[in-house]
Design a protein around this ligand. Structure first.
Ligand SMILES: [Cu+2]
Length: 671
């Protein structure tokens, strides 16, 4: 990298040719040429593709073992892209001015009758150009890892927006450091120090990030704040409004740096950073020490957070000296006993609190808990599983009851019990109260992934290869340029190299997606599970709910994999029915939702309608909604309004399938 960085990037031919163009544009073009044709940016991208590929392959491989949901994989990829994009901006920014000083090319720039602010602006804009390429490079990886999940769009949108804000901030910081440094060594070291100082707290494991101080640190740290925002909105299905407050620190950071760089510092750009001004001299002396201090600090930070995490557990001691346990003044029931869903799906249910006593209840606190029934399984963090884990009720009149609505997002596959606890608020400091628990909801979360690590291999190996060829070609053009002063690479040739790289990457990505097994390639929204209903208003009317029902892959299995569906009242349900058998099996199935008590007659009318009507009498008033009769490897999506609250049967009308057990329930939860 240092080899390439030493190429002069002063003011060559372009400056004279385009004397009429604005200075910043001339500087920008020269810088972009140096950065891209000079080989620095292509080389860094090549390195990044290796990192991304390794990350994608390890993730896909792990998926087979631990079944990380697609949302999380997409989030991890966006996070990596931002960390790398920001890093590239930082080091290119750090090189921009001190590098020219070191190479003796800054003089030529400053001698031209141009505004210094424009010089800085041109260099700044050029240093931002690798970021879009980094983001574009991650798209095929994200698409493959996302497996068609609806998270891809928001991930790209927010990744692009927040990554751009952070890249602006970091590139500006790098340039400010460079502005004050005489040598690249100082500039790189300080830049790297700042990067690590911000990166390390942002990458700390989840547990160290909790607590008021930890939360504050996370919110102030621009990179950590962005990661937190992305993880909450992309992985945990939470709303943007809820976490928008976390976007202040990156925005303020970027604006501050921009102002400092372009308004305050730029006009004072000088040939020598170290000779004028007391502040600059001090900076020059302190800079190198600062860098090493940052490294030490970062190590200490990791060490202290690790130990403080360890003490958290010891701090919690059950206090057995409490007295005055109040009597149990409330009853709690849930309206769901069990549910089977895919990873990423949501379940909705209601709890009813009743005060059976003859006097008003104290204020009540209702909390949701989740237990992993698998001893070896991961610990469940209910905060991640539900946008609203605790609800409060002021008071219940004698005999009165209140209904609370809940939503649980099935983040990880496994076998769980969800249960609710109601605690009367203790009467005072020296009083406590007795928790009352509901019956559990037995939640079975099916693994949901169709990733095939071998299918990713072409992308993992091909991307660095393609970028390697692209880098080689640009370096060859560059060599000719340096050998022959008069030679200027034809614009067309550069465009051809660039589009060749883009095209090959696109093909690799498409191939990787197509080689993922099964229904991902045929789209059909197979990955679109979970509910897109606003999480805080689970019972709101008009909320759209996505449901997915699969058959078994075995043609002789007569059941639906998801046989207990739940949707809130008033919602618009989009149901995707997938016949997972082989097309050769000739096992036709449909999904028919029927009015309560009409099961037998719908099946009988279907049989009477015969094979020509696909075993369904579509005019049967007992039918609420139905898909087509589909063969193996086929899918059908239907959208319908949720019927009134209650439990409905859905079934398959193909002869003998209902009798063979091919039915399930759809529960519409009331408000
Ligand atoms: Cu069937």
């Amino acid at each position: 990298m240092s080899d390439v960085a030493r190429q002069p990037s002063g003011m060559p031919r372009d400056a004279r040719v385009n004397a009429s163009a604005p200075t910043w544009w001339v500087v920008f073009k020269t810088e972009v040429h140096g950065l891209w044709v000079g080989g620095k940016a292509p080389l860094l991208l090549l390195l990044f593709s290796v990192v991304l590929g390794a990350h994608a392959f390890v993730t896909a491989y792990n998926v087979e073992l631990s079944l990380m949901p697609p949302k999380e994989m997409v989030y991890e990829t966006v996070k990596t892209a931002i960390a790398v994009g920001v890093f590239l901006g930082m080091i290119i920014g750090a090189d921009s001015l001190s590098g020219e000083r070191e190479r003796g090319t800054l003089e030529a720039l400053l001698l031209t009758p141009t505004s210094r602010r424009q010089i800085v602006l041109g260099k700044f804009l050029a240093a931002l150009t690798p970021w879009p390429a980094v983001l574009a490079l991650t798209i095929p990886y994200m698409t493959v890892l996302g497996q068609g999940d609806e998270v891809l769009g928001p991930a790209l949108l927010w990744g692009a927006l927040l990554g751009t804000i952070l890249t602006i901030a970091y590139t500006g910081t790098g340039m400010l450091v460079s502005f004050w440094s005489n040598t690249n060594r100082t500039s790189y070291l300080v830049g790297l120090g700042i990067y690590i100082l911000i990166l390390v707290p942002a990458q700390l494991p989840g547990r160290a990030q909790t607590g008021a101080a930890g939360q504050f640190l996370q919110q102030v740290n621009p990179l950590a704040a962005v990661n937190h925002f992305l993880s909450k909105t992309l992985v945990n299905n939470e709303t943007v409004e809820e976490w928008a407050g976390w976007l202040w620190s990156p925005t303020i950071f970027a604006l501050l740096v921009l102002g400092l760089l372009l308004i305050y510092s730029a006009p004072g750009l000088r040939l020598d950073a170290g000779r004028t001004g007391i502040v600059r001299q001090a900076w020059h002396r302190v800079a190198a020490r600062f860098a090493s201090l940052c490294l030490v600090l970062a190590v200490c930070l990791v060490a202290t957070t690790a130990t403080s995490t360890a003490t958290v557990g010891r701090g919690i001691q059950p206090d057995r000296s409490m007295s005055a346990v109040g009597e149990v003044p409330v009853e709690i029931t849930v309206d769901l006993a069990f549910a089977t869903v895919n990873t990423g799906d949501s379940i909705f249910f209601d709890t009813v609190l009743t005060n059976p006593l003859g006097e008003p209840s104290p204020p009540l606190i209702v909390a949701m808990n989740i237990i992993n029934l698998d001893q070896e399984g991961d610990v469940v963090d209910p905060e991640d599983w539900s946008p609203e884990r605790t609800q409060y009720v002021d008071q219940l009149a004698p005999g009165a009851s209140v209904t609370l609505s809940w939503r649980v997002n099935a983040i990880l596959d496994g076998d769980y019990i969800v249960y609710m606890v109601v605690m009367p608020e203790p009467a005072g400091r020296d009083a406590t109260s007795q928790a009352v628990s509901s019956t559990g909801i037995h939640l079975t979360v099916m693994p949901f992934t169709r990733l095939n690590p071998r299918g990713i291999l072409p992308l993992v190996l091909g991307a660095p290869l393609v970028l390697g060829v692209g880098t080689f070609l640009t370096l060859r053009i560059r060599r000719r340029e340096t050998e022959d002063e008069a030679y200027k690479a034809p614009f067309l040739r550069l465009i051809m190299v660039a589009s060749g790289v883009v095209l090959s990457m696109g093909l690799l990505g498409a191939f990787a997606i197509a080689s993922q097994s099964g229904p991902v390639a045929d789209g059909g929204g197979s990955g679109a599970t979970g509910s897109s209903a606003a999480p805080t208003e689970s019972g709101a009317s008009g909320a759209s709910v996505l449901l997915e029902v699969d058959t078994s892959t075995e043609p002789e299995d007569l059941f639906y994999v998801q046989d207990a569906l739940v949707a809130p009242a008033g919602s618009v349900i989009t149901l995707t029915f997938n016949n997972r058998t082989d097309a050769d099996d000739e096992a036709g199935h449909n999904w028919v939702l029927v009015q309560p008590g009409q099961e037998e007659s719908v099946v009988a009318n279907g049989l009477a309608a015969g094979d020509d009507s696909d075993w369904l009498d579509v005019d049967d008033p007992g039918i609420i909604a139905h898909t087509a009769l589909i063969e193996g490897e086929d899918s059908d999506s239907i959208t319908f309004d949720a019927p009134p609250p209650g439990t409905y049967t859905f079934l398959c009308t193909f002869p003998d399938h209902y009798a063979g057990g091919m039915f399930g329930t759809l529960t519409i939860e009331g408000n």
